[in-house]
Design a protein around this ligand. Sequence first.
Ligand code: SIN
Ligand code: FE
Length: 297
Amino acid sequence: MDSPIVEMDATQWQGLQARPEWTAALEAGKVLFFPRLGFELSAEEKALLREDMLKPGKRNVSLGADGVLHNAAGSAAEQQALATMIGRFRAQALQLVHDLLPAYRGLLRVAPTSFRPKQVEVRAQSVRADDQRVHVDAFPSRPTYGERILRVFTNVNPHGVPRVWRVGDSFEAIARKFLPQAKPYRLWQARLLNAVHATKSLRSEYDHLMLQLHDLMKFDEDYQKNGTLVTIPFPPGSVWVCFSDQATHAVMSGQFMMEQTLYLPPGREADPHSSPLAILTRLMGRPLAGVGAGVAR
Ligand code: SIN
Ligand code: FE
């Protein structure tokens, strides 16, 4: 297996001279790793690196595009400082992506920015929600129709603790391995889910298959143990970027991370043939992402 990680030299969030091979590497499902690019925190911000900045029962603090902070605990002053810190990360992540991936300029839609103060390895979760199991990202309630999930991560742990991921198998390899076990798409089921508002729009066959891959991977104990994956510790003061709907990944341990999601419309990759939608379409031999694509079943 080619290395799933491409190491980058950048030490600054801005001013990168983009090379087309970086976009190509991301679109091949690789992780761009910036070991020398850190997010700087003030002393006041370091004091916010506490698990109790998160409301009980919530997974992440998030900052909406409108500047409104969700799921944060702490005093009003602390929440204000937290919003400022997350907002600065968002600005820097957007700058980085702007310079790094010129092919996507003007195309990306900015999702809320998250701050994740929980310790990964002590979280108790169902198999399906457990990101310690290798998976590709797919969301049950929000169909994407092939819209891409690009993510920028930074480890801000103040105690030198890395965020440890496993990454590896190509999307095509996992699609070939797991598609034969996937349940067939049923338009009536998608309609029912939509009618009861379990989904925000009609789930397409593409979204159905992505969820099947997500679940089949997570539930396969043999794959979890023996898949072709490498373990990579992302140290504090580093950044990594990937298409998380394509790069197979699991987070094994760590605490205190920020993450920015950006959505790229379907088919707007530099090489649309490399996308999960294109790969699944080739393997299935029919269109998958139209509304009710294919024959009504
Ligand atoms: C994930 O997307 O699986 C979670 C990544 C992380 O929390 O490091
Ligand atoms: Fe994930």
